[in-house]
Ligand binder design. Structure first.
Ligand code: ZN
Length: 84
């Protein structure tokens, strides 16, 4: 049987505005679009092309991408527009 790659649920988020660093636990089955920086209180949103704030600012990609690759995340299909 295929071995599931280990998924790291903890991500170190670095705020692009103030540089505040915080370790956060990611939801394993969903993407988080918004994140409020604990340093400057800015509401962060993903960079264009990224599915969630963890992919944009975190130390590791979000769990769906860790488990299934770039196409595994909920945001990927919407970005590309259509299934094959
Ligand atoms: Zn900040």
């Amino acid at each position: 049987m295929p071995a599931m790659p280990p998924v790291i649920p903890q991500s170190i988020l670095t705020c692009p505005l103030c540089g505040h660093v915080a370790e956060e636990t990611m939801p394993l089955d969903a993407c988080q679009w918004f994140y409020e920086c604990k340093g400057c209180r800015q509401l962060l949103t993903p960079k264009p092309g990224d599915c969630c704030v963890f992919c944009s600012y975190g130390s590791v990609p979000c769990p769906p991408i860790q488990a299934r690759g770039q196409d595994g995340c909920c945001g990927s299909k919407a970005r590309q527009g259509a299934d094959q």
